[in-house]
Design a binder for this molecule. Structure first.
Ligand SMILES: [Zn+2]
Length: 291
């Protein structure tokens, strides 16, 4: 599933392709992707003639804003892809569900084999109320993160995946950040020391930025708006690496189910040293960020 770095990479591709362009008309091949109160036909009527103001992002959502107001909110689900600068003569790829015809003659197409993607029209182009702050928003500070975690007893990994707490992090970057910060994915959030929370906050920002720098992570299906795979998979240190020796200590990477998702971690580097109890008892300082 595309996470913040993949969606950001797509945002940049889409933003460049539609900047200042007017939508001539849109076409639905599968209107079931449209959610919310505005149906596909109404949405088609509202989009026709609109000019792009800006393509933004909040967490894993793309926010396509138009002059004169309104925004198209796109979520790519498990396998959604956006293709840009497609010539109209090019045949539709399988599972093409939504086509936007632009004033420059090119098309934007949404392809989604598994159909978990969704499209919602918002009349007011503001923030998405159900989401926490974007993980790269400077207003999402370590202090704010610490205050939230202090009240929660769920495993830290489960909270990182909760988009209402902080938006944009998914399974891959959560595992990488927990590893970089030396924190067990099962650690109850309120048991984390302040130092551990700060390390994790820093590690999250770092792994997400590195993911963006590499154009995202392609495990199976993800491709950017120009159809290129991400280059970050080779940089992953724990995700998907069960049994492979940890680059830091040589212990085989293990996996465990947390909140219904497989979590990869190093049993040695992500031992109990993040726990407030053990740290208070004078254990040595945790392993620092390895990224
Ligand atoms: Zn290790």
């Amino acid at each position: 599933m595309p996470e913040l770095p993949e969606v950001e990479t797509i945002r940049r591709g889409l933003g460049a392709a539609v900047a200042g362009r007017r939508i001539e008309r849109v076409e639905w091949l599968d209107p079931r992707l449209v959610r919310g109160t505005v149906d596909a036909d109404t949405l088609a009527a509202r989009l026709a003639g609109r000019t792009t103001r800006h393509v933004g992002r909040h967490g894993k959502f793309l926010l396509w804003r138009f002059t004169g107001g309104g925004m198209l909110v796109l979520h790519l689900g498990m396998s959604g892809r956006i293709l840009v600068s497609v010539p109209p003569t090019e045949p539709y790829a399988p599972h093409t569900h939504f086509v936007v015809r632009l004033s420059d003659g090119f098309q934007v197409r949404l392809v989604d084999p598994r159909r978990f993607g969704r499209i919602v029209w918002e009349e007011r182009a503001g923030r998405l109320p159900a989401l926490g702050p974007d993980a790269l928003d400077p207003r999402w500070t370590a202090d704010r993160f610490a205050a939230e975690l202090a009240r929660r007893s769920a495993p830290i990994k489960a909270l990182l995946l909760d988009q209402r707490l902080v938006a944009g992090i998914g399974n891959i970057y959560a595992d990488e950040a927990l590893y970089a910060a030396g924190i067990d994915p099962r650690m109850p959030a309120r048991m984390m020391t302040e130092d551990a929370v700060r390390r994790l906050h820093r590690a999250l920002r770092s792994v997400l930025r590195r993911g963006i720098r590499d154009g995202g992570t392609t495990i199976r299906t993800y491709l950017d708006a120009a159809g290129r795979p991400g280059r970050h998979a080779a940089e992953l240190l724990v995700y998907g690496r069960r049994g492979v020796p940890c680059r830091h200590c040589g212990t085989p990477i293990a996996s465990v189910r947390v909140a219904g998702r497989t979590s990869y971690y190093c049993p040695q580097c992500q031992g109990p040293q993040g726990s407030r109890l053990l740290q208070d008892a004078g254990r040595e300082a945790p392993v620092g960020a390895t990224l």
